[in-house]
Design a protein. Structure first.
Length: 973
């Protein structure tokens, strides 16, 4: 699934941005309201009502439903037995886009047959099925079994029942199936087309005052079984003949193309071509009244679908423009032509993840696909480019070749999260995108992976069984750490070697399944074939990054040339309970510079090694981890730190821009971990008065977020504000002059980010000129009804104006939110509404979040988190989720990102004993209901709060004094 969850925003909004330092914080997004999150609901299905069944055709589902305690019975295992293997499905589905009279339910009906191969004799058929009601067949049972080949007659089904916990349809037979014979199992069923964002579900929107309903799907990871009975594991690939029955005037889409639509009187039947062999989680079926635009690149038909007014307004044009080039890029990168005849991409009003790589029919949140230059910021545009690249990358890596089981999810998502930068860079070569992985992924995941509660990339296959366990894998570790270590691998192997191994891997396993070591073997082969000189083999190196959690801090002592490595823990006192097969040592590739000149690469394998070339004299300095190509932090002896800081002050361009960002980030984190003093970290921000580049500024702002969170309720806040205001003054003035008082965009993608950061940090630190400008721009909109605020600046301007304004400003913005015709604009306002200082407005807004007619379900979690980011909203949001936990849990349940983000987001600022106590009480109070996919997040929050308490104890006074000293010194110092 695509970059779902929060992504780190690039444009900084003013008031309450969460910070990344230290915690899961960075996952939570910042100013540009990100994608929210969260997986389809699998484990904690919305409460199903016992409404009377009056469906058509009649359905029997009052069979005994067994929810027996787990046993050794095959139906109590979450993994399918290996006896049966599907080869082909024929599925016909008929979603009803109008609620049923009487019950008010939206439903779909379906008929499905699956051909399967019997590998081992068995008298039991287990097939995944969740929340489907079956119609009895001739013999009174829920399925019909016939022979396709290899046997004379089929056994008779003697019992049909549902095993709800493990989500099976269980069929027992009067005798065994014959080994090597093929059978066909046919069923007729009804399901609910609920608004639960999982399986076959419905999405709604209003067009010209009329409610429209879409039937759409989100199968990954385990919800295909909610649409039709299937062997729902990624390794059980089969071909699919899909048919959709739908009303005249609607369009039906699926993975394959449809040569024919048979029109009846009022319903049409769209029959799709047979799919290639593929996994169930990649299926998609959609019925809508959407419009489309189209293009053909070579033989591939590319289409973008969206609500008709969005298509008519040209909002799909940008996506269409870049899709062809990105597809061509990946064909070339993989040396393999696009595996399908068409590529459809569709923007849905209700969608839980960011996007989903269904083969040939990619689904997106509207904000992840639709672009309008009048409303969308450059950050919105970048997000569209990278997310399209991410999903298109999966068409080969993930879809053509699929990991055998979910425990290897990290390779699938990590890979796409890495190459999305390459694909998007190809489409937008002037943006410098490849560098941004350092801020967006590496820094983001460092914060999580430095906790004792982190986990290794790779999990053993048998540790991941239940849908909730699978959902929990869709986290920052899988996406961003996966991306970071693959980037490191590609870097030390060099691209030609990496590509050769990748390409032979895709060739060998096309239409099949793999485990992650298959990729290492192909890369190893490429190393040998190309006679590439590598001092360790690929498996040995990568095992140290994949099989143990965390990452090292590499310390070089330039007085001796001794280089050491140590597991980096944000809280050095935290207890590690996870054992590592490598005792927390890594094989570390070190690219480095001496006095600005690149040196031959080094490797560090032992805990401590002497590198004579790194022993320095005089004013020499070294810089390790050039361009942040390795997944680790670096520390230096005091002398080298001093020389690096001097270089930053006197001639910062001698240090590559990524490393300038890195020095800031490393220093702040080393300080958090008590390896260097906090004032050393703060002093890396002094040179910023002369810095114009985006990455170092953004890195500093991200790190200062922690200071905002820790101090915005304390006496440190005043002097800190003063200091930061002084630091940003130059930048603010520069862009004020360069962009006619912030009424134009800066030139260049990253400069546009810097322009926004300058504005937002200036306002946030209380620069009156900035705050007045924000209010003036907003009031002009209120007065004239014409919004002249540049899209890039909207989030921050709205936020500041709403923070400064009262209920009239809030209500105006709320009205604009409801009227917004493009999702990116609605998102900016939805975020900014959380910026008000009025508690009652925040409380009213919190109530809105649980009313899906006001705030879409997909947006509930992130809205609550934004409110918690507001220092005024912090306690309100915390009280709110504690009071509503059982309800939130049942209604919004199951998804990994929603709960973990919710808990992490709302508790981010926690730093007192009292708050720690509340957190522990919360854990005890709701132990019964549970925390689902937020379980780990709750532990992490407790760990983080303890760390914060201690950090404050140790640092508050020195930090206060440092800021006081800085602001009393002359401004030019
Ligand atoms: C399936 O059956 C259950 C129990 O009778 C019922 O509550 C539910 O509404 C039915 N679902 C559909 C889609 O008909
Ligand atoms: C795509 O749009 C064209 C032009 O509006 C329309 O004629 C066609 O039916 C649409 N195709 C699909 C599959 O929606
Ligand atoms: C990698 O090297 C180790 C020894 O360090 C060896 O045991 C292993 O077989 C090698 N693997 C490959 C794929 O060459």
């Amino acid at each position: 699934m695509g970059k779902q969850g929060f992504y780190v925003s690039k444009a900084l909004a003013v008031v309450f941005i969460v910070l990344g330092l230290g915690a899961l914080a960075t996952i939570i997004a910042l100013s540009v309201p990100p994608v929210t999150s969260n997986r389809p609901v699998t484990t904690n299905p919305p409460v199903t009502s016992n409404r009377p069944v009056t469906t058509n055709p009649p359905v029997t589902s009052n069979r005994p439903v067994t929810t027996a305690a787990p046993s050794n019975e095959p139906w109590d295992q979450y993994r399918l037995p290996k006896s049966l293997e599907p080869t082909h499905y024929s599925v016909t589905l008929h979603p009803r886009l109008k609620a049923q009279e009487g019950t008010g339910l939206y439903i779909f009906t379906g008929e499905s047959s699956v051909d399967f191969h019997c590998k081992e004799e068995t008298d039991l058929i287990l097939i995944h099925s969740n929340k489907l009601n079956y119609t009895s067949k001739a013999g009174g049972e829920w399925a019909e079994l016939t022979v396709v080949s290899g046997a004379d007659t089929a056994p008779t089904i003697t019992e049909s029942r549902l095993q709800t916990e493990t989500q099976y349809l269980v069929l027992t037979l009067d005798r065994k199936l014959t080994k090597n014979a093929e059978y066909r199992l046919t069923t007729t069923f009804t399901g609910e087309l609920a608004d639960d964002l999982g399986g076959f579900y419905r999405s709604e929107y209003v067009e010209n005052g009329q409610k429209k309903v879409i039937a759409t799907t989100q199968m990954q990871p385990t919800d295909a079984r909610k649409a039709f009975p299937c062997f729902d594991e990624p390794a059980l690939k089969a071909t699919f003949d899909i048919t959709l029955i739908h009303d005249a005037g609607t369009v039906a889409l699926s993975n394959a193309s449809s040569p024919e639509t048979i029109e009846g009187n009022s319903v049409m039947r769209t029959v799709f071509e047979r799919t290639p062999k593929m996994s169930t989680y990649l299926l998609a079926f959609i019925v809508s009244e959407f419009g489309n635009i189209t293009d053909t690149v070579d033989d591939v038909t590319i289409k973008i679908y969206a609500r008709k007014p969005a298509i008519d307004a040209g909002q799909g044009d940008y996506a269409l423009k870049i899709t062809g080039p990105i597809l061509k890029f990946f064909e070339n990168y993989y040396n393999s032509s696009y595996p399908l005849p068409k590529s459809d991409q569709i923007a849905l009003p209700d969608f839980n993840a960011g996007a989903m790589e269904n083969w040939g029919l990619i689904t997106y949140r509207e904000t992840a696909l639709l672009y309008d230059p009048e409303f969308s910021s450059n950050s919105n545009k970048e997000r569209i480019a990278t997310i399209i690249a991410h999903e298109l990358a999966h068409m080969w890596f993930g879809n053509l070749v699929t990991l055998r089981w979910w425990n290897d999810l990290w390779l699938n998502e990590g890979f796409a999260s890495y190459v999305e930068y390459l694909g998007a860079d190809n489409a937008e070569p002037d943006w410098g995108l490849k560098d941004l992985i350092v801020l967006n992924d590496i820094h983001r995941v460092f914060a999580v992976d430095a906790l004792a509660s982190s986990h290794p990339l790779s999990s053993p296959e048998d540790a991941i069984q239940k849908p909730a366990q699978i959902s929990e894998l869709f986290d920052a570790i899988s996406y961003s750490k996966g991306a970071s270590v693959l980037r490191m691998l590609s870097d030390f192997l060099t691209e030609p070697v990496f590509l050769k191994g990748l390409q032979t891997y895709l060739q060998q396993f096309a239409f099949g399944n793999t485990v992650y070591t298959d990729l290492w073997n192909h890369l190893e082969q490429a190393v040998q074939d190309l006679e590439f000189n590598l001092p360790f083999n690929v498996t040995d190196i990568m095992n140290t990054w994949v099989l143990q959690m965390g990452f090292p801090v590499v310390t070089v002592d330039t007085t001796t040339g001794i280089v050491t490595q140590k597991h980096f823990l944000l809280n050095p006192d935290s207890e590690i309970t996870t054992e590592s097969p490598f005792e927390y040592k890594w094989i570390v590739p070190i690219k480095w510079q001496k006095n600005g000149a690149e040196q031959p690469m080094e490797w560090l394998r032992e805990e401590s090694e002497t590198k004579p070339e790194m022993k320095l004299g005089g004013s020499d300095w070294v810089l390790l981890n050039l361009n942040m190509s390795g997944y680790y932090r670096v520390n230096y002896d005091d002398g080298n730190w001093d020389r690096l800081l001097n270089t930053l002050s006197n001639n910062h361009e001698a240090i590559p821009v990524i490393n300038r960002a890195q020095l800031v980030d490393d220093a702040f984190n080393l300080a958090r971990a008590k390896i260097i003093p906090t004032v050393r970290a703060l002093s890396t921000t002094k040179y910023l008065t002369g810095e114009m580049a985006y990455m170092p500024w953004k890195s500093a702002i991200n790190n200062l977020e922690f200071f905002f969170l820790m101090f915005d309720r304390s006496e440190v806040f005043g002097p800190m504000q003063k200091y930061l205001q002084r630091q940003v003054q130059n930048l603010f003035t520069h862009y004020n002059n360069a962009t006619a008082g912030y009424t134009a965009d800066a030139v260049g993608h990253q400069n546009q980010y810097t322009q926004v950061n300058a504005f937002s940090l200036a306002c946030r630190t209380g620069l009156t000129e900035c705050q007045n400008l924000a209010s003036t721009l907003f009031k002009d909109w209120m007065a004239t009804g014409v919004n002249k605020i540049r899209p890039n600046l909207r989030t921050t301007v709205y936020c500041n104006a709403i923070a400064a304004g009262g209920v009239d400003v809030w209500d105006f913005a709320w009205g604009q939110f409801q009227k917004a015709t493009i999702a990116t604009e609605a998102e900016k306002i939805r975020y900014a509404l959380t910026c008000t200082k009025e508690s009652w407005l925040l409380n009213r807004y919190l109530e809105y979040t649980l009313n899906p007619t006001l705030i879409r379900k997909q947006d509930a979690t992130s809205t609550i988190i934004y409110i918690a980011e507001n220092v005024v909203g912090q306690n309100l949001a915390w009280d709110f989720i504690r009071a509503r936990w059982p309800y939130i849990f049942s209604q919004y349940g199951g998804g990994s990102f929603s709960f973990s983000n919710l808990i992490n987001g709302v508790t981010e600022r926690f730093s007192t004993e009292y708050e720690l106590h509340q957190l522990e009480q919360f854990k005890a109070d709701h132990a019964e209901v549970g925390f689902g996919s937020g379980t780990l997040a709750l532990e992490q929050s407790i760990e983080r709060t303890k760390g914060n308490i201690e950090w404050l104890k140790e640092n508050k006074q020195t930090v206060l004094e440092w800021f006081q000293k800085e602001v009393s010194a002359s401004p030019s110092s």
